[in-house]
Design a protein around this ligand. Structure first.
Ligand code: HEC
Length: 119
């Protein structure tokens, strides 16, 4: 009787954990949009008020985002646009001159949404 319960519990645990991790994948773009773009982290870093941790977090968000495919548009264009955000935030972390300007340029909401955001 006891082993049944253990087995049932183990099954329940795997059955709930697996869909959760799958659902987490495929959400990197939305996460980056919510936290970095809409959430203001991006703006904070561009304005020069971001801490080193802010910059690293921004880089992590954009890096994950760039690995995912957007709902619309072709891969080459996405690679270029998302890649520019990764590069610029990487340069921010490294403290390179002109990085904030590049980050601002790469953060053009409308230019990217027109090509890559679904309706
Ligand atoms: C490099 C491209 C790119 C840039 C730049 C960009 N976005 Fe997005 N954004 C996307 C894509 C792609 C989606 C659609 C994601 C999806 O539906 O999976 C999106 C979706 C969103 C969403 C909806 C998120 C959700 O949960 O459905 C918001 C809000 C958003 N963007 C805000 C912004 C703002 C504000 C800016 C500018 C400061 C911006 N974005 C710049 C690519 C970009």
């Amino acid at each position: 009787m006891r082993s049944w319960k253990v087995l049932a519990l183990a099954f329940f645990a795997t059955a709930t954990i697996i869909p959760m991790t799958v659902a987490e994948d495929g959400k990197a773009i939305k996460k980056a949009m919510k936290q970095a773009m809409k959430g203001g982290l991006n703006k904070k870093v561009i304005s020069g008020e971001g801490s080193d941790d802010d910059k690293k977090q921004l880089l992590a968000l954009f890096t994950d985002m760039a690995k995912e495919m957007p709902p619309k548009g072709d891969a080459a264009s996405w690679k270029e646009k998302a890649g520019a955000l990764v590069q610029a935030s990487q340069d921010m972390v490294a403290g390179k001159e002109g990085a904030a300007g590049n980050l601002k340029k790469a953060s053009n909401c409308k230019a990217c949404h027109e090509v890559h955001k679904g309706k």
